[in-house]
Ligand binder design. Structure first.
Ligand code: ADP
Ligand code: MG
Length: 630
């Protein structure tokens, strides 16, 4: 994608800006005022860039983020006054306090999904202010804390702060860039785009969100410590101001939420405009008005922010730099050697567990799920034996997808037990099931559309180790593995395309590659052939067969009956939320119960080769499938 190619250019510009900023006070040492404006811009950029980690990457909006600045200020202010140390020495402890508080708050609020977080962050900011007012013995209440003045000459007043903040800003941006490169960063974007799906591919969403919240607080806390020294006076109202939080949000939205440099650019713009408003527009009243208007303008006219808008414009102007997706669905077959290693890996994973081939790998026991008055899954029992490709067929609405959701953990069952690989899993979080080797795809594919195909495949986490979480997602072993898996499904050359640009069938194959990253023992495929063109269908069946030979077990929901009869054994037939028949395909296709409930008259033994609805169509598909396989 062009964004990747544009990246070095962006780094180059950023590097040049940095050189100018480093030289500026040297060239112009006797101007404390512009230096003061700049250092406040750095401070805002540090905050915006940090906020971007939880609210840009992970999409969880914090509206009380300036609380961490205040916490840092107070930590350092209290320590400096009490122990007579220079605030700069203890500034990192401001960051530590921020992280501790973020972990405490995060552990409570971020366990659940949704909007509670936004409200709590504002509440916490206000609570912090109340604490600062009332814990008089520590904070000196509303009187505030007065710190010693900087030890350097007044003439240089701003220069040391200028450089301290510039260094902190560079560190913050590097930290943010590093996060985005890791599987942790990919997981955060996955959470933003589709949290349920992220959980099903092994992303421990709770842990990821808490760590992101903590990571987004550290540099702000540290900057807050320095800020206390810069102001040499702190009080509750100034340190825990809601306007500070709004400014952070405004800066990031202006520049581009979720991008690396957007928050920094936005911070500079907002800081300069706000300064101009204060100087020419009559003080802080006008600033509040201005911020309100600016926020409206940004949300209405620049919903993605400045940087992404410029990027999109640039891409339109320079179309030659953009690779277009080949929409014909043509595929490249990888040489067998590329995938050999992955197959061996899967074979090893599937050979090591306690359950021998032919024994029960998945055991669903008397599971039910009701939606209000509707019983979607009704006391269903189902077993999948290791090494099989088991089919689950049945009319629309018979509860097949719901059963998948119960097995993968997207929904909780009302009753019953689910056992997988010798363990009871129905109480486990979805990512734990993923780590055990249970993968699934969706009836309507749920790829992360704003990520590239490659990033989509790198995103899953096969285990819960911190090392895996912080491994490199852009280069190195994980990325190489993702490339191999893409080659297995024949889509290697689309690696750098945005996932949303692929055809529907290609997206289904990418979702399969994504599941393979989990090193699965069992893969649940929900209508893998639905909406897929015949040539891709051949590819798909071939891949499923190959993986099955490596020891991977499949449970497949599918309406393409010829494909099911060709590929699967045994076949389980579902009707009204429970199985009504199970057996080898040749027996299922002649079972009167199945013919009545699902297959219909077209499949009665007297006739030959015709399918249910749209018999001719299915027939053609069957022929195409067979041809492609051979
Ligand atoms: P299938 O995959 O076999 O076509 P589903 O499992 O999707 O069937 O649906 C089974 C029944 O449960 C349908 O009647 C459907 O409308 C209902 N259903 C599925 N999911 C939900 C939900 N989240 N809320 C309410 N009803 C649902
Ligand atoms: Mg379904």
């Amino acid at each position: 994608m062009s964004r990747l190619r544009a990246l070095p250019r962006a780094h180059l510009i950023a590097g040049l800006c940095l050189v100018v900023l480093v030289l500026y006070p040297v060239v112009n040492p006797w101007q404390p005022y512009p230096q003061g404006v700049m250092l406040l811009a750095f401070l805002l950029a540090i905050q915006a860039s940090s906020w971007n980690i939880i609210s840009g990457y992970a999409g969880y909006i914090s509206l009380g983020h300036s609380m961490f600045l205040g916490l840092g200020s107070y930590t350092v202010g209290v320590l400096a006054v009490r122990f007579g140390v220079n605030p700069l020495w203890v500034a990192p402890l401001g960051g530590v306090t921020a992280v501790i508080i973020a972990v405490l708050i995060g552990s409570v609020v971020l366990r659940t999904r949704g909007h509670a977080f936004v409200i709590i962050t504002i509440a916490m900011l206000l609570a912090a202010q109340i604490f600062a007012v009332n814990l008089k013995s520590i904070t000196q209440g509303s009187d505030g804390i007065t710190l010693e003045l900087p030890f350097w000459d007044r003439d240089f007043q701003n220069i040391p702060f200028y450089y301290v903040y510039l260094i902190l800003l560079v560190l913050t941006v590097l930290f943010s860039a590093w996060i985005r490169r890791t599987k942790f960063g990919t997981g955060l974007v996955a959470i933003r785009e589709d949290e349920g799906k992220a959980a099903s591919i092994g992303v421990n969403t709770t842990r990821f969100k808490i760590v992101a919240y903590a990571a987004s607080s550290f540099f702000i806390g540290m900057a807050g410590g320095v800020y206390a020294y810069y102001l040499s006076f702190i009080n509750p109202v100034g340190s825990f101001a809601i306007l500070g939080s709004v400014t952070i949000v405004l800066a990031t939205l202006t520049g581009g939420r979720g991008t690396l440099y957007g928050p920094v650019i936005g911070a500079f713009i907002v800081q300069v405009v706000s300064e101009a408003a204060t100087v020419y527009g009559g003080g802080s009243q006008s600033r509040v008005l201005l911020f309100g208007l600016a926020l409206m303008v940004v949300v209405l006219f620049l919903p993605k922010g400045l940087l992404p808008t410029i990027e999109a414009w640039w891409r339109r102007r320079h179309p030659e730099e953009v690779e277009y997706t080949d929409q014909t669905g043509a595929l490249s077959r990888a040489p067998a050697t590329t995938t050999e290693r992955v197959r061996a890996e899967l074979a090893a994973v599937n050979a090591e567990d306690a359950i021998a081939p032919g024994e029960i790998l998945l055991d669903v026991r008397g599971v039910s799920k009701r939606f209000g008055g509707l019983t979607a899954v009704d006391n269903a029992g189902l077993t999948v034996r290791k090494g099989t490709i088991t089919a689950l067929i049945g009319p629309n609405g018979s509860g097949k997808t719901t059963l998948f959701n119960l097995i993968s953990g997207g929904m909780a069952a009302d009753s019953g037990e689910i056992w997988f690989d010798g363990r009871r899993i129905d109480g486990m979080r979805p990512w734990r099931r993923g780590h055990l080797g249970l993968g699934r795809t969706y009836q309507v594919t749920r790829l992360f559309k704003e990520m590239t195909v490659q990033e989509n495949v790198v995103a899953p986490l096969p285990d819960s180790r911190w090392r895996t979480m912080f491994s490199d997602a852009v280069g190195g072993h994980e990325a190489a593995r993702a490339r191999e898996l893409l080659d297995i499904v024949g889509l290697g050359r689309f690696a750098n395309q945005p996932a949303g640009a692929l055809s529907y069938g290609q997206q289904k194959l990418v979702e399969l590659a994504q599941v393979l990253m989990l090193e699965p023992k069992l893969i649940l495929l929900d209508e893998p052939a639905g909406g897929v063109n015949p040539s891709l269908l051949g590819q798909l069946t071939e891949v499923i067969r190959e993986l099955n030979r490596s020891g991977v077990t499949f449970l497949i929901v599918e309406h393409n009956i010829p494909l099911v009869l060709d590929l699967c054994d045994p076949v389980v037939v579902f009707s009204h939320g429970a199985p009504i028949a199970e057996g080898p395909p040749e027996r299922i296709r002649t079972d009167p119960l199945v013919l009545d409930a699902y297959l219909g008259d077209d499949w009665r033994p007297a006739e030959d080769g015709a399918a249910d609805e749209g018999a001719g169509e299915s027939d053609r598909t069957e022929t195409a499938t067979r041809e492609a396989v051979q």
